[in-house]
Design a protein around this ligand. Sequence first.
Ligand SMILES: Cc1cc2nc3c(=O)[nH]c(=O)nc-3n(C[C@H](O)[C@H](O)[C@H](O)COP(=O)(O)OP(=O)(O)OC[C@H]3O[C@@H](n4cnc5c(N)ncnc54)[C@H](O)[C@@H]3O)c2cc1C
Length: 379
Amino acid sequence: MAAQDAESAHQNWWPSPPRHVDIAIVGAGVGGTALAAALTRRGRSFRLWEQNADATAHAGQGFLLLDAGVRALLGLGVRPERVGRPVTGVEIRDASGAIILSEPLRDAFAVRRGDLIAALQSAVSDDAVIGRGRIDSVEMHPQHSILISRARPIGVANYVVGCDGIRSAVRQSCFGDRPLRKGRVDELLFPIRDPSVIEALAGRLCKWMDRGRHLAIGGLHLGLGNAVVFLQFPSNGALDDRGTSALISEFKDVFGGALPPSLVRGLATAAPYHWSAHDLDPATSIVRDRVILAGDAAQPLLPFTSQGVTNALTDAYDLSYALTANSAEACRTLLGAYASSRRARAIRQVRRGREIEQDFFSSSLVPELPLALETARGL
Ligand SMILES: Cc1cc2nc3c(=O)[nH]c(=O)nc-3n(C[C@H](O)[C@H](O)[C@H](O)COP(=O)(O)OP(=O)(O)OC[C@H]3O[C@@H](n4cnc5c(N)ncnc54)[C@H](O)[C@@H]3O)c2cc1C
């Protein structure tokens, strides 16, 4: 949508006086759109608010979808092979190209963010209302909540689900936020559409690590002719001090001989997206009366766990059951079960993400097992 269209849609869109809705979903990323798709399937009315004109912004980023996420996606009526590519294994090499870890991976897919959100959007009914605009805060009252944008009440909802990502405004206003810690490792992500890169990756998550210099480069074929190549490096000024081209040159110097030549060429042609990782202590509570958090809003994670999208999809799937329970009592019970299972999950994932982050700065030869492999082994 052109910027002007987006602005006029924004101005025309705000209801006045505030509209009463049953369920308000804040954020139309992976989790919010998945919840909208699930509620559509279950015939429940809702309204979805998204701050970006295009919810598939930064569509080129790709991620690993693990088995629980694949099951949730199937439950939402979206076949994973329609949006991604099976990942059959993880292969980690050192900077000379020697294999230091090679493991099979079961029931995992690599997906491109834009393709996943677009597929979920197609499962949301046409008449479901999707609004544009940032929700700045949520006011909780005994029977309902009020959504505030630009200091105006713009919606009243029986239930509010915060799917608004790492810097969740719903979490900040209703749960008493805790400080976000910036991760010690940053990523540059290069969206690549080169068949020879895809051929070199051969359906595996491939990674090369220089344990002494604390650098890693990897790639993943995302299906539908897309791949993503990622660089991981210390976040303490490595990029700001030198700039992107100098950083890429360093990666070429360190890994050039070991990498498939097509992958090195790809770094010169694609425009990267800089993704700063963030970390937060496990939440003590993600359900408060009728305000609920899901996905990254409930628990932002460091990137090493490869769990963000899987969490967002499984949260949406389980919440759709709780929110369509046939009595208020059943809904409360299911929301209680949701909150306690997510707390246990968050403690495990946050701990593991921090261990792998710490390991990134160690020089030992064998790296920590990525969480995706632990999950595949049933640990
Ligand atoms: C641009 C981007 C790139 C990413 N790249 C990767 C990656 O390469 N690999 C990986 O593993 N993970 C990546 N992630 C993280 C991964 O997408 C998340 O773990 C996963 O998508 C969690 O889904 P979510 O729905 O909880 O949050 P998100 O997908 O982050 O969606 C949150 C949505 O809420 C909207 N929003 C935020 N605040 C408000 C507000 N106050 N009012 C209204 N709307 C709001 C945002 O615009 C966004 O659309 C990325 C996230 C983003 C946003």
